[in-house]
Design a protein around this ligand. Structure first.
Ligand code: ATP
Ligand code: MG
Length: 268
C-alpha cells in the first residue's frame, strides 16, 4: 500500500522542534535533508541531540514547530506505509510470533487467508518458521528483533524507520542482524532512516551517514558512503571502510569534547 509509489523520498525542510512551554529552546533546529526514494540513510549523533524526535517527526507522530516534513510530497501519516522498529522491540507479549507479524495487516482489514500467507512469507524470510506459535518471552533478543522487522515490513511500507534497533543485542547477534537487514533491504530497496550510536553500523548500512549535533546546529555533516553493494561482512575490514570509520569517530569525538554541556567537554 503506497500513498505515492512514484516518489517515496523523504523531504525535511528547516525542521525545528521544541518541547515544553512556548519559547523553550529547540531540540532540533533548522534541519533540512532530502532522502531519495530507496536510499538508506543512517543518523549518528550524541545522546539527546534529537535523533528519536526526528524519526517521530518523519513518522507524523509529532508535528514540527517550524519547517516541514513530507513523504512523496505529502505530510507523513502514521500507519502501514511507514514501518517503525524500536530498540526495545515493543512486541505484543500476549500474541504469538505469527500474531505479532500479522498485527498491522489485521488492523488494515486484510483478509484472514491473505494475512496467513503474508505472515508465512515473512516468517520464512526472517528464519522463524519454526517459531510461528512461540510467544515473545520465549525468544532471544535477536529473534525478537527479527519479529519486529518482519512486523514492520509485512505491510510492505515505502518507508522504514529504525531507532537503534540493534543496540540491545550482543555484538555477534548485532553483526548478523546488520547483514540480515541489508539482505532484506536489497530485496526491495525501500527508503530507510536508521538511527545508531555505532559508527561502524552507520557506515556498513548507509548510502549516506548524517551526523547530527545539539541545536542550534542540528545538521553537522553528511558523509556519502561509496562502498560497493551488496555489502558483505568482509567490507568491515576494507581500507575504505576503516578510513571512513576513523574520520567519523574523530568527527563525533570532537563534537562531544567541544560541547560545553557535555560531561566530556575539553577532555580527551
Ligand atoms: N515528549 C517530550 N517531552 C519533552 N521533552 C522531550 C520529549 N521527547 C524528547 N524530549 C527531549 O528532547 C531531547 C532529545 O530527545 P531524543 O530522544 O530525540 O534524543 P536522542 O538523540 O534520540 O537521544 P538518545 O541517543 O539518548 O536516544 C531530550 O532532551 C529529551 O529529554
Ligand atoms: Mg533516541
Amino acid at each position: 500500500m503506497s500513498q505515492a509509489s512514484d516518489d517515496t523520498g523523504i523531504r525535511l525542510r528547516g525542521v525545528t522542534k521544541a518541547f515544553g512551554p512556548a519559547g523553550s529552546q529547540p531540540i532540533i533546529e533548522n534541519f533540512s535533508l532530502d532522502i531519495a526514494p530507496g536510499e538508506f540513510v543512517t543518523i549518528l549523533g550524541p545522546s539527546g541531540c534529537g535523533k528519536t524526535t526526528l524519526l517521530r517527526l518523519v513518522d507524523g507522530l509529532l508535528a514540527a514547530d517550524a519547517g516541514g516534513v513530507s513523504i512523496g510530497g505529502h505530510p507523513p501519516v502514521p500507519g502501514p506505509n511507514i514501518g517503525f522498529v524500536f530498540q526495545s522491540f515493543r512486541l505484543i507479549p500476549w500474541a504469538t510470533v505469527a500474531g505479532n507479524i500479522g498485527f498491522g495487516l489485521e488492523l488494515q482489514g486484510v483478509g484472514r487467508a491473505q494475512v496467513e500467507e503474508t505472515v508465512r512469507l515473512w516468517l520464512d524470510r526472517v528464519g522463524l518458521l519454526r517459531f510461528a506459535d512461540s510467544y515473545p518471552a520465549e525468544l532471544s533478543g535477536g529473534m525478537k528483533q527479527r519479529v519486529a522487522l518482519a512486523r514492520a515490513l509485512a505491510t510492505d511500507p515505502d518507508i522504514l524507520l529504525l531507532d537503534e534497533p540493534f543496540a540491545s543485542l550482543d555484538a555477534q547477534t548485532r553483526e548478523i542482524m546488520q547483514l540480515e537487514l541489508l539482505r532484506l533491504w536489497e530485496r526491495r530497496k525501500l527508503t530507510a532512516l536508521f538511527v545508531t550510536h555505532s559508527v561502524e553500523e552507520a557506515i556498513l548500512l548507509a548510502d549516506r551517514v548524517v551526523v547530527m549535533g545539539p541545536a542550534p546546529r542540528s545538521l553537522r555533516e553528511i558523509v556519502p558512503i561509496d562502498l560497493p553493494r551488496p555489502r558483505l561482512d568482509e567490507v568491515r575490514t576494507s581500507p575504505q571502510f576503516i578510513e571512513l570509520r576513523t574520520y567519523l569517530t574523530g568527527t563525533i569525538r570532537e563534537m562531544i569534547t567541544q560541547d560545553p554541556n557535555s560531561p566530556f567537554f575539553n577532555r580527551a
